[in-house]
Design a protein around this ligand. Structure first.
Ligand SMILES: [Zn+2]
Length: 303
């Protein structure tokens, strides 16, 4: 699938994480995958080129309808100003008709919000996740998490997974899961052999200094309340004030110290290919009534 591999290397409208998924699919290491393609004035022809390439190799795919997406244009006093910048399209790819049928079965259950364990197992097998990880994922209901894991440990695990299992698109059952580790290693070897330039890109790291604004906090909410009565860790979504490659980026950062939304802190960002690591510095101030301003409604999106 040389043309599909070339598409992965040259593509500008997919996140690195999705390019990894597509590359592994093209190498035959994943039975199915799902990716998003963002179309902006800079890469108008990419959806045509992508679909042309898929058809060339007779790859079975489902294409979602275009949806608009937006980016932060500027931060002005207490306003985060957004602008619509393009469209995104979701694609589900399969090697066989049977896989497509399994996906449709999963999607139906998901849309009806029925049979959580059954549908997770269908999807897990379809995407080739290890059985131990699927079983653990099914176990992790909000009630289970609340009983067994404190908020710091829960979010810390997510951050470690981002780093240690960067080539996977699921949460392993444990940080020592042998099946997940062997998949990560197997994928690493395959990617390195398929494209050294893409492999090198995955290991690039940029460091930049910026102030960040605490925008919101990740949480697991049941009946309008956090599942944790007290929290020993807060997983914040922060917005970088200084643009990096021309854009304001959002990051997640885990903190033992609580900060109200609107807090401004200095930070060092280590930008890896698939995630960003934030090292918070000193508290610099507070923005009152921080809010978002959108000039256009998003097409086919609710928020
Ligand atoms: Zn596992």
């Amino acid at each position: 699938m040389k043309a599909l591999l070339d598409f992965v290397i040259l593509c500008r409208g997919m996140t690195t994480k999705d390019r990894i998924k597509l590359l592994l699919f093209a190498l035959g290491l994943r039975p199915a995958t799902s990716v998003y393609l963002c179309i902006t004035p800079d890469n108008l022809k990419e959806s045509f080129l992508f679909e042309h390439t898929l058809r060339m190799y007779k790859i079975i795919y489902l294409r979602g309808r275009e949806k608009s997406f937006e980016e932060v244009k500027k931060i002005q006093h207490n306003k985060i100003v957004w602008d619509v910048t393009g469209l995104w399209i979701d694609y589900d790819l399969f090697h066989t008709v049977k896989q497509k049928e399994q996906f449709i079965q999963y999607r139906k259950l998901w849309q009806l919000d029925k049979e959580r364990n059954k549908r997770n197992t269908i999807a897990g097998k379809l995407y080739d996740y290890p059985l131990c990880c699927i079983t653990q994922y099914n176990k992790e209901t909000p009630r289970y998490i609340c009983k067994n894991v404190d908020s710091y440990a829960f979010y810390n695990r997510m951050h470690v997974i981002d780093k240690k299992f960067s080539l996977l698109s699921y949460a392993p059952c444990s940080l020592l899961c042998k099946n997940a580790l062997s998949q990560q290693n197997h994928f690493a070897t395959a990617i390195r052999n398929a494209s050294l330039s893409f492999w090198n890109h995955l290991h690039e790291v940029d460091v930049y200094e910026t102030d960040v604004i605490v925008e919101s906090e990740n949480d697991i909410i049941v009946d309008g309340k956090s599942i944790w009565k007290t929290k020993n860790g807060h997983d914040y979504i922060v917005l970088a004030v200084t643009p990096f490659h021309g854009k304001h980026w959002f990051y997640t950062v885990l903190s033992k110290k609580p900060y109200p939304v609107g807090t401004v802190l200095s930070a060092t960002i280590k930008q890896y290919a698939t995630y960003g690591e934030v090292l918070l510095g000193r508290e610099k101030g507070y923005i009152k009534d921080l809010h978002h301003e959108r000039n256009l409604p998003l097409l086919r999106r609710e928020y």
